[in-house]
Design a binder for this molecule. Sequence first.
Ligand SMILES: NCc1[nH]cc(CCC(=O)O)c1CC(=O)O
Length: 314
Amino acid sequence: MSQPSITLGTRGSELALTQTRMVTELLQAAHPGLEVVRQIIQTSGDKRQDLRFSEFNAAANVDKGIFIKELEIALEKSEIDAAVHSLKDVPSDLAAGFTIAAVLPRAPIEDVLITRQPCTLETLPQGARVGTSSVRRAAQLKWLRPDVEIVEIRGNVPTRVKKVLGEQPLDAVLLAAAGLLRLGLMKDGQIEIEGQTLAALTLNPTTFLPAAGQGAIAIECRAGDMATIQVLRALNDAETEARVTVEREFLKLLGAGCQTPVGAHTWVQGDQLTMAVRVFNEADLSAAPVELEATAPLAEPKALAADLAKQVLR
Ligand SMILES: NCc1[nH]cc(CCC(=O)O)c1CC(=O)O
């Protein structure tokens, strides 16, 4: 009898490979004897790391799934059975014919402020130069600290961390805690990189709102592939699923992509799900954001998203 097997597609970045290793181990634990094969696929997002931030955002706006399109093509051709993604990078309006079969238990959702000396958003030096590749982070930081200068940075996570080192260093960079933790770069409020120690302040998600889906790993497959869906479903975390469903549904109802300046923070208390959102005006990032919060039964994440989206669009 041939051994059952599943082929996982992934991007080739260190973070993507780490996340795929996590999925592989969880699949093998849930299904003893299952063979898990890995296939690395380069995406157009990986090829465009040389583009400037604004050009990249323009490209990403036209083509929302810049980090996932090639993986979906491989799924369509049955070259892979499932694709492992950072959910944050997956468009909220998933292409037809695909489904997110499982989301892993969520990692910390917060953003992190990385500096050479310990520092907060309040004590960042006047006029500090801060690197980010996210309009959501840029808009929120400018809102809290109008004096800072946002510097567009690109590249993978370690490359971005290193922007606070070297010859003309930035004063700070902002990155997701999840990626730093998964890469083993951050521990006890510090980052160790190239023999240097940096300060890493985890930002309170009620003050600095994370991206929808931040910290969640999603596994996507063909919507009609029931055998694969069943295998993947064993890894799904119900609470994470409810939270990311409301966050992503909210983005979708706003017609927003991964580059839209929207922060969303969700939490679960008993059988109640709450979401706080902060929505900036894409055409005028310096305008005051709309800030709202609402609660609904945990079992009705889409109703909660619709309620908040209606209020924002009003
Ligand atoms: N867009 C890049 C990206 N996609 C997912 C993560 C981190 C891991 C996560 O949020 O799940 C990152 C890097 C970052 O924003 O710091």
